[in-house]
Design a protein around this ligand. Sequence first.
Ligand code: BG6
Length: 481
Amino acid sequence: DFQYPHTFVLLGASGDLAKKKIYPTIWFLYRDNLLPEKTRFVGYARTKQTIQEVRQKSEKYMKVRPGEEEKFEQFWALNDYHAGSYDKRIDYELLNQLITKYEKGPVANRIFYLAVPPTVFSDVTVNIRNACTSIKGYTRVIIEKPFGRDDVSSNKLSQHLAGLFKEEQIYRIDHYLGKEMVQNLLTLRFANSIFDPSWNRENIASVLISFKEPFGTEGRGGYFDDFGIIRDVMQNHLLQILSLVAMEKPVSLNPNDIRDEKVKVLRHIRPIRKEDILTGQYIGNPEGKGDETLGYLDDPTVPKGSVTPTYALAALWINNSRWQGVPFILRCGKALNERKAEVRVQYKDVPGDIFDGHAKRNELVLRVQPGEAVYVKLMSKTPGMNFDLVETELDLTYSLRYREASVPDAYERLILDVFMGSQMHFVRNDELTEAWRIFTPILKELEDNKVKPLPYVYGSRGPQEADGKLKGYDFKYSGSY
Ligand code: BG6
């Protein structure tokens, strides 16, 4: 397909996501010659502006390196901008005319990226379907969360989409699926004999999947407050990682075989119980600098007295023969002490201890970011005459092992996948249904009862109570986690 004309339409071209993420991403793909040669780009939004103005706003995020200036000009020469409403068909007909102009030859494909607010989502999709569907090639739509805010609204959205497009046309982005380490999970688990025999309840005590961010909502509180950290990160990014850690081996690497297994393991998970969740909300640190002094409720865009969590820790239980009784602990928070996303698979204590309790637990750690790494924590004898134990690591840190290789950004990889028609790293409709089934009851419970999140100080490790909770789930402290 790569020889034919392609048009990439970015709806919401004047927004934040477009300028910070999507324009840079399509530029990187273009710069690295990864896209079909005859690809054109069209921005679409309500704001009346020229492509020059769009360029000015996104340029500073596009990281043009010395020597790339000419290519950068070529990239912008392939870009257009078209202003129009989100709800009037006539505007989309004009957009269609513009796209059609580029489509010489018998085949031409179209990709629509919806970087638009959820309020206009329904209008935009209907109009794309009715006025902009390609008549001589494929039409694919890329959509971003929020995919609803509970099971009912998400199902409604799914039905709406299913009435307009086939599932093969819909690319639901969860950008964590585009991260190197998340993609590596399949390889680590299924291309090695070493892990598989112990990947179960007999050997593994607990699994901790964490997401930590060192900054707060930074003026984005208005959006965030409608959703909270559970919907923003846990229900999607962390649950996706969980399903890749816990699923059975797929029949093949075919995207649907993989997604079948992901759905299957999710179906074994009960909705989260009240006693298995703890929520927090950050308060300002009077000794901190700048933003750190401001708590979540000090953000002027956050409603007064909001009980929306900015931190959450939840244990999920998989009711199958591989995992029964093993807690999968999902933990995420904003305004914490560090930026980190990682998976810790913690093995049980060695049975029949002969080291007087000095042997610490083994852990397989996948560091998703920053600084991709896989390492195994294990006990070893200290070198020399003595016979002491020391905890050490078999360490595969990417920056040391693969000095030349650069890890592509998640969005870059995923948008290229859309051009190639691979849905392997995209969320299928039934995965989404399962995710909401697991999370809706607890969200409702927290919200109906206005459960107050526990306070934690900006820049700390989260609410102190979280550590006790972790211990209760058979997670033993080891290093910084
Ligand atoms: C987004 C969330 O999905 O992921 C943000 O909406 C969060 O709140 C972001 O900051 C984190 O992404 P990354 O790739 O920086 O870990």
